[in-house]
Design a protein. Structure first.
Length: 66
């Protein structure tokens, strides 16, 4: 993905992409994270103020690579 930053919130208006399992497993444990639906393949997208068409095009391009 090119548009969303791969990080936690910067307190701004940009889109973000994070992998919750990588951040939460250490604090709540693998089994509790999995019970909450936080699996290693889960990606969280927080949509910012970029144009929706740009975000969708970026997401489509990225998913086509997998």
């Amino acid at each position: 993905m090119r548009l969303p930053a791969r990080a936690v919130s910067f307190g701004g208006f940009e889109s973000l992409a994070t992998q919750p399992a990588a951040m939460w497993a250490g604090s709540i444990g693998d089994s509790a994270a999995e019970a909450a639906g936080v699996t290693p393949g889960l990606i969280r997208l927080a949509v910012g103020l970029e144009h929706p068409d740009d975000l969708l095009q970026d997401l489509d391009r990225t998913l086509a690579l997998t």
